[in-house]
Design a protein around this ligand. Structure first.
Ligand SMILES: C[S@@+](CC[C@H](N)C(=O)[O-])C[C@H]1O[C@@H](n2cnc3c(N)ncnc32)[C@H](O)[C@@H]1O
Length: 216
């Protein structure tokens, strides 16, 4: 059974790593992956949720009622980490209804929104959240730099956006484009850099990169 899970995990993971896949093709993969996603994340040693949860703890310390949106929340692994640490005002957004169904069963989030992040406008008012957090989401075929303006719009002034991604992506065109858009938002005064730093073992042996920005 464990071997079969490992085989399926590798198959799904390779599919989402396909750099040419469209949003729709990626969502087709998560539709089938959802039922074993949590087991797969353990097999892949995907530490994104605990890395982000530590950042949230540092940013909000005793403010456990901070209103936080978990973007590309998937099955709610990050929500579970935050809840363990006492954060209880959490919303989730993801484009996959199958992944969100699993998250909903865990009863971690206040509101669960099924929507695709891209250049389109979300049905969320300006300046809503104290923070947006996301892991496992900024990679080809998923979220990209064009999503940042919309995330900034729905975060309150002085709120935070925390993004963790695979560090190796920064050496590729995808990551260079993302960094450029991040920097453009700094230059145009939309946000400031709080920290940008590597973290070891984000997923298996692969390092991650943590970006924390503060919205103006
Ligand atoms: C690798 S999973 C990560 C899930 C969760 N954050 C975690 O760490 O367990 C990526 C998630 O991103 C979602 N996703 C991909 N592209 C998206 C988009 N454009 N808008 C919203 N969600 C998206 C997928 O549906 C999937 O649930």
């Amino acid at each position: 059974m464990a071997t079969e899970l490992t085989r399926q995990t590798e198959e799904f993971f390779n599919k989402v790593l396909n750099t040419n896949a469209s949003n729709q093709e990626i969502l087709e993969v998560y539709k089938d992956w959802a039922r074993i996603y949590d087991d797969s994340a353990a097999i892949l040693d995907h530490e994104g949720p605990s890395i982000v949860a530590k950042e949230v703890e540092k940013l909000f310390e005793e403010k456990k009622d901070a209103l936080i949106l978990d973007v590309a929340a998937g099955t709610g692994r990050l929500g579970a980490e935050l809840k363990k640490n006492g954060f209880h005002n959490l919303d989730a957004l993801d484009a996959s209804k199958e992944m969100l169904e699993i998250a909903k069963e865990k009863k971690l989030y206040r509101n669960v929104v099924c929507d695709l992040l891209g250049p389109n406008r979300l049905d969320i008012p300006d300046d809503t959240y104290d923070a947006i957090i996301t892991t496992g989401s900024f990679c080809p075929g998923h979220l990209n730099g064009s999503c940042l303006a919309e995330l900034i719009r729905i975060v309150k002034p002085d709120g935070y956006i925390v993004i963790v991604l695979r560090k190796e992506l920064l050496d590729e065109e995808y990551g260079r484009d993302l960094l450029k858009i991040m920097d453009d938002h700094v230059s145009s005064g939309r946000w400031t850099v709080v920290s940008r730093r590597p973290v070891p073992r984000y997923i298996g042996p692969k390092d991650g990169m943590v970006f924390v920005h503060r919205v103006k």
